[in-house]
Unconditional design. Sequence first.
Length: 129
Amino acid sequence: MAGERPSARRSRAPTVLVILFLSSAAALAETAPSSGCARGSAVKGSCGLAGRLLSEALDDLRARGLNVVYSSDLVRPDMVVGTEPSALDPRLVLDRLLSPFGLEARDGPGGTILIIRKETEPAAGGAGA
């Protein structure tokens, strides 16, 4: 290196930077939490949703292929998933996530899944009887 020309040292610099960048990115990918379930990481359908914000859990389901649409008026920042859903199917996981909050999923246009408030059934002997 002491006897090398400066241009030879400069031409290796980009290669060294690329190798350093790629190895750093690989190391970060192994240690960073993922937003979705990795294949084979699910234990009884678990993606580690319990204790997370409901909005984060919904983002996980989006990453797994559900086209979930909701209003922040319904899915509020104080909503935290209480228990881990035991279902494997993402749509069933969605239903189990929403139920404790009085929300439900409905099929919408173009393959969307709309998050809405659960409809309450009228009491028997109500005004329509």
